[in-house]
Design a protein around this ligand. Structure first.
Ligand code: NAP
Length: 487
């Protein structure tokens, strides 16, 4: 892709705040830089919101709430459906913007756009299925009516790794339920969300329903919104560390809270697994989004009888991947999002090697500009290695071994996290023992990807609480009201 085409792609984005249906500069015209991780060069300057700008956004969301809650469900659903179609029509435009700010190859951006836009289609359909209950009280004297109403204004804080989908998974159900919102995309990747704001406005979303705030003073600008008595819900996707402090802040207003936090996914390969499928699944579970996914397989726990063959085949596949700039043709692996992220990945690999792990492929960062790290497979990794406990968030596959099923499940559960686990086996009785024994919110059996807009996404333990997608997803944005009816 030429530099000229790239510049044109960025120009369709308003690098401003979106508040009350208008694009506006931040207080004092302040901006911060968004860079291209494949070169480290400036892409564009984006509005840098102040505390007062943040307050204006929650003002707008609060002002729009009552009318929006009264808007017919079909109308809310139609806006989502139109936005889904606009995103689908403009996939090339948004894929280029996403790749430029985040680094992943265009095909990965397109996969995220297909996934992320589906939340709008799914919740367009859910908007008209919000229902209640009517029943006779057990003593027959009264009637019990149960109805659902929107929670109210929401704050949505999203990470950089899926700049579209982590937003649409929250915005879709909030629009369907009749909630207004303030969205704060990650500072590293705000352009995709600004683009989406425009699309939703074009699809007919009324002013004030969605407000977008970009800022480099994140904690300072977010905390007053979280403590604002008009806010009713906080939904966050990001690191466990930040999530913990946001839960504390939200205690003051007793907010409804959803937390989609970090992961440390085990990927179990049993001795009876179909190894072709297991290697294929491993590539997907590890390399989707360059390993920068909360669902990324972090620990490959493989039966000792098949560990060598599995590791060798995985290493061959990893070594065959093309590393390069995401906007170039035929690229499988782009740069990591920033220098800090790459240093962390390198540190984890060096630590494992210093403790006895063997590098089958990769194990270092290639020379030259951009935050690249070579796809890596490590074997003989000791359990004391840091990457057994910490989220890698990069293209590194460490292989651990086990001898019996119970030990494998215990190893899989030996982490503070509990987002997702994968298991490959052809034994049906084992399948049930394994999925019942794993302490995670999601399990993939003989498949390396679980994300699906029609299914409830979310974790347990330090991976958080609340579910996004599926029938459960809209419930996060609805309150239940009970009316006792007498006559
Ligand atoms: P992060 O540092 O926690 O940032 C996530 C978001 O929180 C960003 O928008 C960030 O803003 C904001 N933030 C940071 N400090 C804040 C504060 N004090 N108050 C309010 N907001 C604050 O996480 P990340 O590095 O972007 O994302 C990677 C993490 O997300 C990984 O741990 C990954 O597992 C997790 N993740 C989880 C899921 C899931 O569904 N479970 C999905 C994707 C990612 P700035 O960008 O301005 O700092």
């Amino acid at each position: 892709m030429t530099g000229e085409t790239e510049k044109q792609a960025i120009q369709v984005v308003h690098p401003q705040l979106f508040i009350g249906g208008e694009w506006r500069d931040a207080e004092g015209g302040k901006t911060f830089a968004v860079e291209d991780p494949s070169t480290g060069e400036l892409l564009v300057e984006v509005a840098d919101a102040s505390v007062a700008d943040g307050r204006a956004a929650i003002d707008a969301a609060a002002a729009a709430q009552a009318d929006w809650a009264r808007t017919p469900p079909r109308d809310r659903g139609e806006i989502l459906r139109t936005a889904f179609e606009l995103i689908t029509e403009r996939v090339d435009e948004i894929a280029t913007i996403m790749t430029l700010e985040m680094g992943k190859p265009l095909k990965e951006s397109k996969a995220e756009i297909a996934y992320g836009s589906e939340f709008f289609r799914w919740f367009a359909e859910e908007a008209v299925r919000i229902s209640g209950r009517y029943s006779v009280a057990p003593n027959g004297a009264t009637r019990l009516l149960t109805l659902k109403q929107p929670v109210g204004p929401c704050l949505m804080i999203t990470p950089w790794n899926f700049p579209l989908a982590m937003g649409t998974r929250k915005i879709g159900p909030a629009i369907a339920a009749g909630c207004t919102m303030v969205v704060k995309p990650a500072g590293l990747t705000p352009l995709t969300m600004l683009w989406l704001g425009n699309v939703l406005a074009e699809a007919g979303l009324p002013a004030g329903v969605l407000n977008i705030v970009t800022t480099s003073s994140t904690g300072e600008v977010m905390e007053p919104i979280i403590r604002d008595p008009r806010l009713r819900k906080l939904t966050f996707t990001g690191s466990t560390e930040v999530g913990r402090s946001l839960v504390e802040q939200s205690a003051e207003g007793l907010l409804r809270v959803s937390m989609e936090l970090g992961g440390n996914a085990p990927f179990l390969v049993f001795e009876d697994a179909d190894l072709d499928k297991a290697v294929e699944g491993a590539m997907l579970a590890k390399m989707r989004n360059i390993g920068e996914a909360c669902t990324a397989a972090n620990r490959f726990i493989v039966h000792e009888s098949v560990a060598e063959e599995f590791s060798t085949r995985l290493a061959e596949r990893m070594a065959g991947l093309n590393v390069g700039r995401g906007t170039d043709d035929g690229i499988d692996v782009g740069p990591l999002v920033e220098a800090k992220q790459r240093s962390k990945v390198a540190e984890l690999v060096d630590d494992a090697v210093s403790k006895g792990a063997t590098v089958l492929t990769g194990g270092s960062a290639p020379d030259g500009q951009g935050y690249y790290y070579s796809p890596t497979v490590l074997t003989g990794v000791p359990l004391e290695a840091r990457l057994a406990k910490e989220e890698i968030f990069g293209p590194v596959a460490p292989v651990f071994t086990f001898t019996d099923e119970e030990d494998a499940i215990a190893m899989a559960n030996d982490t503070e996290f509990g987002l997702v686990a994968y298991a490959f086996t052809r034994d049906h009785a084992r399948v049930i023992r394994v999925y019942e024994g794993l302490e995670t919110g999601m399990v993939g059996i003989n498949q390396g990807i679980v994300s699906n807009p029609a299914a409830p996404f979310g974790g347990v333990k330090a991976s958080g609480f609340g579910r996004e997608g599926g029938a459960e997803g809209i419930e996060e944005y609805l309150e239940t009201k009970y009316v006792g009816l007498a006559w």
